[in-house]
Design a protein around this ligand. Structure first.
Ligand SMILES: Nc1ncnc2c1ncn2[C@@H]1O[C@H](COP(=O)(O)OP(=O)(O)OP(=O)(O)O)[C@@H](O)[C@H]1O
Length: 240
C-alpha cells in the first residue's frame, strides 16, 4: 500500500512548521525522510498517523483521502514513534499481546503472531522477561515487532534509533531494510543521521518544513552536483 501527501501545510499557532509538502511513497521500498532536528519530521508523522488533524492539504492512503476516515486503509499502517511506548514492567509477550488485542486479534492469534515476530527478531527467548530487563536495541526490536503484529503493509518509523549505540543503530537499520526486501513492506524511516541513509534509497530531504529534495539518493546527488548524500544534505540544510 502507498501513502501520498498533497500540499500539506501545518502550523502550531502562528508558527508554520510544514509548507506545501507533497510526495508519494513507492510500494515495497525503503524511504529515508532525512531532516535536521526541528525540520518537521515528527509533525509530518503526526499527520500521517492522524495524531494531528489536517489543516491544509490532504493525505491519501491507498488512494483514499484521510478526510474520509478510511479505517480499512489505516489498519495497513504500523508505527514506531520516537519515544519508547512499551510498558517496562510488563513482559515482552504481555506488551505484544496487549497491543494485538487493541487490533482486534483473538488471544490465540495474538500469542501466535507475537511469537512469530519475536522469533523473526531473535527475541523469543526473552518473551517472558520484563521489558525493563532488555537493552535499548532489544526494546526497539520489540517495538518494531509490535508494530508488525497486525501485518501492516506500510511501516512508519520516527527516529527509531534515538538513544542506541552505533552497532545497534546499524543492526536495526539493516533489519528494517530486509523487511522491505523480503516482505515487500513499504517503509518511511525518519532520521537526522546521514549514515542511516544509502545512495540507492529513495530520499526525502525536509528542512524548515519544506521538502527540498525527493528521489533516489544518487539522482539527488547528480542534480545537486555533489559527491555523496552527506555533501548534498550539508549543502541543502547546513547540517551533517
Ligand atoms: N506541540 C508543539 N507546539 C509548538 N511547536 C511545536 C510543537 N511540536 C513541535 N513544534 C515545533 O515545530 C518544529 C518542528 O518540530 P518537529 O518535532 O516536527 O521536527 P523534527 O524534524 O521531528 O525534529 P526532532 O527530530 O527534533 O523532533 C520545531 O520548531 C518544534 O519546536
Amino acid at each position: 500500500m502507498t501513502i501520498e501527501a498533497r500540499s500539506l501545510s501545518f502550523r502550531y499557532g502562528d508558527k508554520p512548521v510544514l509548507r506545501e509538502v507533497s510526495f508519494a511513497l513507492t510500494s515495497g521500498r525503503f524511504h529515508a525522510l532525512l531532516g535536521p532536528n526541528g525540520a518537521g519530521k515528527s509533525t509530518l508523522f503526526g499527520l500521517l498517523t492522524r495524531l494531528l488533524a489536517l489543516q491544509q492539504g490532504d493525505i491519501l492512503l491507498a488512494g483514499q483521502s484521510l478526510k474520509k476516515q478510511p479505517a480499512e486503509a489505516m489498519r495497513q499502517i504500523g508505527v514506531v514513534f520516537q519515544q519508547n511506548a512499551l510498558d517496562l514492567d510488563l513482559t515482552v509477550r504481555q506488551n505484544l499481546q496487549y497491543h494485538a488485542a487493541l487490533h482486534g486479534l483473538s488471544r490465540k492469534e495474538a500469542r501466535l503472531r507475537g511469537d512469530q515476530e519475536l522469533e523473526r527478531f531473535n527475541l523469543l527467548d526473552r518473551a517472558n522477561d520484563a521489558v525493563r530487563q532488555l537493552n535499548g536495541g532489544h526494546r526497539r526490536r520489540v517495538e518494531i515487532a509490535r508494530a508488525l503484529l497486525h501485518k501492516p503493509s506500510l511501516l512508519l518509523l520516527d527516529e527509531p534509533t534515538v538513544g542506541l549505540d552505533v552497532a545497534s543503530r546499524k543492526a536495526l537499520n539493516a533489519y528494517v531494510r530486509t523487511l522491505c526486501e523480503e516482505d515487500g513492506l513499504t517503509v518511511l524511516w525518519a532520521t537526522h543521521l546521514i549514515e542511516e541513509v544509502r545512495n540507492d534509497d529513495r530520499v526525502l530531504i525536509l528542512h524548515q518544513g519544506q521538502l527540498l529534495a525527493d528521489g533516489d539518493g544518487h539522482e539527488i546527488c547528480e542534480a545537486e552536483g555533489t559527491q555523496d548524500l552527506a555533501e548534498t544534505f550539508h549543502s541543502l540544510t547546513g547540517a551533517g
